[in-house]
Design a protein around this ligand. Structure first.
Ligand SMILES: Nc1ncnc2c1ncn2[C@@H]1O[C@H](COP(=O)(O)OP(=O)(O)OP(=O)(O)O)[C@@H](O)[C@H]1O
Length: 633
C-alpha cells in the first residue's frame, strides 16, 4: 500500500455505538485514557518478548523494550510510542475497526441511557484503545509489525465518528505510535507535570519502563532546553516485588491492568511459593460480576508468565469453571518457556498448581466470610450463583465450597441469602437429622408454600432455594456435615425425627379413620395421582402434591420443560388435610358428581400452589364457575 492508496473504511456498528456512549458516560473519568493506552503498549511489549522466544530476529537488534510518552503543548498533542509487537494492516482493521469480544451486542443492549449506570457497565466491559476519543478529536496510529518490512507500516486515523482512514507508510522502528490531537479544553494533559503524575498514579506497576522527556542542564540563551527521556515508573513486574513495598493502590491499579475492569477489586491474594512447586501468584476477586459471567464462550483464566516472561492471556487450566471470576497473574518457575495451551492440558504440574490455587481462593473466601461478613455478603450477592456450581465440578472440595454457601431460610429476614450451612446445622432442632430445603421459581412461591406449614409449627428451619442452579447444586451436594439434604416436597414426610410418639400414633389413626375418604378421592381423580393419603405436612391448607423421594422435583421439571426437554410424568401423591373445613365438607358430600368437581378443584389448586401449570385450565375455570353459580343461586 502506498500513500496514494489512502482509503476510508467504516467502523463496525458496535464501535460506533460504543464510541458515542463512552465519550458521554466516561467524561468525568477522562484521565484513564492514558492508563488504557500504556496498558496496551505494555501488552504489546509482552507479546513481542513471547514471540521472540522462538524467533530472536523479531527484536531487530533492539531488545530493550519500553514506552515513550511525549507531548507538545503548542500543537495540543500527546504521543504514546512503544517498540512492542506492532500491527500490520489486517491487525489494524481487525483490532481498531471492530470490537472482537464475545457478547458485545448483548452488552450494548443492556445499556440504559442512564449515564451513571452505563459508565459502571462500560467499566466492566473495558473500552481500551477507544478511550483515546474521550480527550481527542483525532487519533493517529502509526504502526509496523515486528519482523515485517519498514515500507509495510500503516497509518490509521479517525475522528471517532463513523469511519477511519488507512494508508501505507514507511516506519523504520517496529511498534506502535499513537498520537492524540487533544480536543479544545483538554490541553491540560499536554503537560509534563500532569503526565508524570498520571503515569505514577496509574502505571507505576507496568513492567517495562515508561519514559517522559526531562530537561537536562542549563539551556543557553535562545536555545531550546535539551531533553532526554527519563523512566517515570518502577518498571518492575508488580508481583515480583515485596508485599511490604506495595500499597493497596498499587494492587488496585495492577488489577485494572490485568482485568480490564475499571472498578476496584474486592480482595486479592499475593503469594510467593518455593519448594515442590515454585511460583508466584497474584489473584483477585472482583467486586462486580462481569457482564458476560454467564456467557459460556467468555474469556476467563489467568495471565500466565514463566520466569517473568509473558506466555499467554486467559490461561484457563489453572482454575475450575466455578471460580471463573478470579483474575490475576501466575508466574511459574517450573513450566517450560515454550509451554502451549495444548501442553497445559496434559501437564501434571498444572494439576498441582491448580489444586494449590483453588485452595488459596477457597481459604481466602473462608477468611473473608469469618472476618468481614459484610464484604463477604457483597461477594456472595455477585458470585454466589457461580460458586454453587462447585459441588458438581469439584467433588473433592465440595464440603469446603458448601461452607461458603449462603441461603435465604424460613428464619432469615426477607430474601437476602445470608445463612450459612454451619449456622443452619448449629441451630437444628433437637433430634433433627436432615437439612430441609424447598426449591422454586421465586422467593414468594417458596416462602408461602403449603409444604412448609408443618415445619413452621415444629420450628424447623427450611432453606429457601430459588436460583436456577440450586436444584442441580443439591443434586450434587446431597449432604453436609454428615447430614442429608431433604426436599420438603418429596416423599412421605419422615416424622421419625420431628414428631413425638403420640403424634405418630395419632397420624396412624387419622390415616385409618379417613381411609374411605382418601379412597373416594383417588377414584374421583381417576389416575391423575397415584395415591391419596392424609397429610402430616399441612396445617392451614387443604391439600398439596408430593412426588416420590427419588423423583424429579416440580421446580426442576418445570425448568426442563421450559428448555424443551421431554420429562416423564412423575407419580404424584395428593396429601389432604382432614382438619381443614374444605376437606371436612368434602367428606360429607353425598352427590358424587359434585364430589368429583370439588376434588378436581382441590387437586388443581394444589398444582397451582406449587407453581405448576394446569394441563386444562379452561376445565378448571368451568368447574369453579359451576360451583360459584351453585353458591349464588
Ligand atoms: N500499542 C499496541 N500495540 C499492538 N497492538 C495493539 C496496541 N494497542 C492496541 N492493540 C491491539 O488492539 C486490540 C484492541 O485493543 P483494546 O485496548 O481496544 O482492547 P484490549 O486491550 O484487547 O482489551 P480492553 O478493551 O479490555 O482494554 C488489542 O487487543 C491489540 O491486539
Amino acid at each position: 500500500m502506498t500513500a496514494a492508496s489512502k482509503e476510508t473504511l467504516g467502523f463496525k456498528t458496535e464501535v460506533k455505538q460504543l464510541l458515542h456512549l463512552m465519550i458521554h458516560s466516561l467524561y468525568s473519568n477522562k484521565e484513564i485514557f492514558l492508563r488504557e493506552l500504556i496498558s496496551n503498549a505494555s501488552d504489546a511489549c509482552d507479546k513481542l518478548r513471547f514471540e521472540a522466544l522462538k524467533n530472536d530476529a523479531l527484536y531487530e537488534g533492539q531488545s530493550e523494550l519500553g514506552v515513550h510518552i511525549d507531548f507538545d503543548a503548542e500543537s495540543r498533542t500527546i504521543s504514546i510510542e512503544d517498540n512492542g509487537i506492532g500491527m500490520n494492516r489486517d491487525d489494524v482493521i481487525n483490532h481498531l475497526g471492530t470490537i472482537a469480544k464475545s457478547g458485545t451486542s448483548e452488552f450494548l443492549s443492556k445499556l440504559s441511557g442512564d449515564q451513571k449506570k452505563d459508565s459502571q457497565l462500560i467499566g466492566q466491559f473495558g473500552v481500551g484503545f477507544y478511550s483515546a476519543f474521550i480527550v481527542a478529536d483525532k487519533v493517529t496510529v502509526e504502526t509496523r509489525r515486528a519482523g515485517e518490512d519498514a515500507t509495510s507500516a500503516v497509518r490509521w486515523e479517525s475522528a471517532g465518528e463513523g469511519d477511519f482512514t488507512l494508508e501505507g507508510i514507511e516506519k523504520a522502528e517496529r511498534g506502535t505510535r499513537i498520537t492524540l490531537h487533544l480536543k479544545e479544553g483538554e490541553e491540560e494533559f499536554a503537560d509534563n507535570f500532569r503526565l508524570r503524575s498520571l503515569i505514577k498514579k496509574y502505571s507505576d506497576h507496568i513492567a517495562v519502563p515508561v519514559f517522559l522527556p526531562q530537561e537536562v542542564g542549563e539551556s543557553e540563551e535562545g536555545e531550546e532546553a535539551k531533553k532526554i527521556p527519563e523512566a517515570v515508573n518502577e518498571a518492575k513486574a508488580l508481583w515480583t516485588r515485596n508485599k511490604s513495598e506495595l500499597s493497596d493502590d498499587d494492587y488496585k491499579e495492577f488489577y485494572k491492568h490485568v482485568s480490564h475492569d475499571w472498578n476496584d477489586p474486592l480482595v486479592w491474594m499475593h503469594n510467593r511459593v518455593e519448594g515442590k512447586l515454585d511460583y508466584t501468584s497474584l489473584l483477585y476477586i472482583p467486586a462486580k460480576a462481569p457482564y458476560d459471567i454467564w456467557n459460556r464462550e467468555a474469556t476467563r483464566g489467568l495471565k500466565l508468565y514463566v520466569q517473568r516472561v509473558f506466555i499467554m492471556d486467559d490461561a484457563e487450566q489453572f482454575l475450575p469453571l466455578y471460580l471463573r471470576f478470579v483474575k490475576g497473574v501466575l508466574d511459574s518457575n517450573d513450566l517450560s518457556l515454550n509451554v502451549s495451551r495444548e501442553i497445559l492440558q496434559q501437564d501434571k504440574q498444572v494439576d498441582s498448581l491448580r489444586s494449590a490455587l483453588v485452595k488459596r481462593v477457597l481459604d481466602t473466601l473462608e477468611k473473608l466470610a469469618k472476618n468481614e461478613p459484610e464484604k463477604y455478603q457483597e461477594f456472595w450477592d455477585q458470585f454466589g450463583d457461580v460458586l454453587k456450581e462447585g459441588p458438581a465440578e469439584d467433588f473433592a472440595n465440595r464440603e469446603k465450597v458448601a461452607k461458603l454457601f449462603r441461603f435465604a431460610t424460613t428464619r432469615s429476614e426477607g430474601q437476602t441469602q445470608n445463612t450459612g450451612l454451619e449456622e443452619y446445622v448449629a441451630r437444628m432442632r433437637e433430634g433433627q437429622k436432615k437439612i430441609y430445603f424447598i426449591t422454586g421459581d421465586s422467593y414468594e412461591a417458596v416462602a408461602n408454600s403449603p409444604h412448609l406449614e408443618y415445619f413452621r409449627t415444629k420450628g424447623v428451619e427450611v432453606l429457601l432455594l430459588t436460583d436456577r442452579v440450586d436444584e442441580w447444586m443439591v443434586g450434587h451436594l446431597t449432604e453436609f456435615d454428615g447430614k442429608m439434604f431433604q426436599d420438603v416436597t418429596k416423599g412421605e414426610l419422615d416424622l421419625d425425627e420431628l414428631a413425638d410418639e403420640a403424634e405418630k400414633e395419632q397420624q396412624k389413626a387419622l390415616q385409618e379413620e379417613h381411609k374411605d375418604l382418601t379412597d373416594r378421592i383417588l377414584k374421583a381423580l381417576n389416575n391423575d395421582v397415584k395415591t391419596v393419603r392424609v397429610t402430616s405436612r399441612l396445617t392451614d391448607s387443604p391439600a398439596c402434591l408430593v412426588v416420590g423421594q427419588y423423583d424429579m422435583g416440580g421446580h426442576l421439571r418445570r425448568m426442563m420443560e421450559a428448555a424443551g426437554q421431554q420429562v416423564p410424568e412423575p407419580e404424584m401423591t395428593l396429601e389432604v388435610n382432614p382438619a381443614h373445613p374444605l376437606i371436612a365438607r368434602l367428606d360429607k358430600e353425598q352427590d358424587e358428581d359434585r364430589f368429583t368437581d370439588l376434588v378436581q378443584i382441590i387437586h388443581a389448586q394444589a398444582k397451582l400452589a406449587e407453581g405448576s401449570q394446569l394441563k386444562d385450565p379452561a376445565q378448571y375455570v368451568g368447574r369453579l364457575n359451576k360451583l360459584l353459580l351453585d353458591l349464588m343461586s
